[in-house]
Design a binder for this molecule. Sequence first.
Ligand code: BJW
Ligand code: ZN
Length: 251
Amino acid sequence: MAANEPLLPLLERVAELLRGAERIACLTGAGVSAESGVPTFRGVGGLWEGRRPETLATPEAFASDPEEVWRFYLWRRRLLLACKPNPGHCALARLERQKPGFTLITQNVDGLHLQAGSRRVLAVHGDIWIDRCTRCGREARSTGEDLETIPRCGACGALARPGVVWFGEMLPTDVWTQAERAAASCDVMLVVGTSSLVYPAASLADVARAGGATIAEINPEATPVTSQADVAISSPSGQALPAIVDGLGTS
Ligand code: BJW
Ligand code: ZN
């Protein structure tokens, strides 16, 4: 808690906002899993440091070299097996239990929010543990037992692909519709651990603001949302979120 001391008034302000809110939407990005040991995408030490993600995470990259793309995703699955939810994920799971009008929207494909106990998670960029057949579309969840072999469809034998959303692909319609609705109707939106560079997810903060919501951002670095936010907390989410949720019970 000592590390949070200079931020206490801001943390209390967010707790106060959440206390008075009926509907809360929270958008998370890779930063919320950083303290679990999951690399972020951009920036120093990120998965894409020094590379152009638009040329890697695309259906075109998969079509031209599926083995190379699968090597990257199988490596990430192996890495995830060693990661567990951090106090930030756990605080959001607690917030869901305390606030019935809470909606969690995540860009993360790592499944850590569900592992932390969040029950309703709108995963707008899919799920890294899903294998989707490139021919018949059948989906299967990887057991994580064989993370060396490129997955093939159990029904038709064709090559599978990871069940994530690449650049140029549509987000899952039903999930996206629910995310937009939650953003448009919330009283408070928390924007946590995302660079807010990738659309349409990054537009959710604008949607929320246009609907009259108060925006609170938690991110150690400035983003395009920071200057628009009503409250910006420059701190790792694994420290700020538990402090905020702990403070909810007090007045
Ligand atoms: C911490 C921390 C700690 C660190 N605590 N914080 C409008 C304008 C311009 C472009 C577009 C537009 N609309 C659409 C586009 C095109 C494109 C796009 O957005 N391009 C931009 C790059 C400009 N979008 C799309 O193509 C999307 N589809 C689409 O729009 O469909 C409609 C359509 C179809 C066809 C034609 C045209 C339109 C799809 C986007 C899919 C994104 N997919 C990825 C890969 C997923 C699979 C995988 O995991 O490999 O999703 S890209 C990657 O970025 C991943 C993430 O979910 C996403 C966002 O990244 P995120 O989470 O913000 O991570 P980072 O690394 O960027 O940031 C981490 C942050 O954490 C930093 O700020 C740190 O400071 C912070 N941090 N430690 C708190 N401890
Ligand atoms: Zn198939």
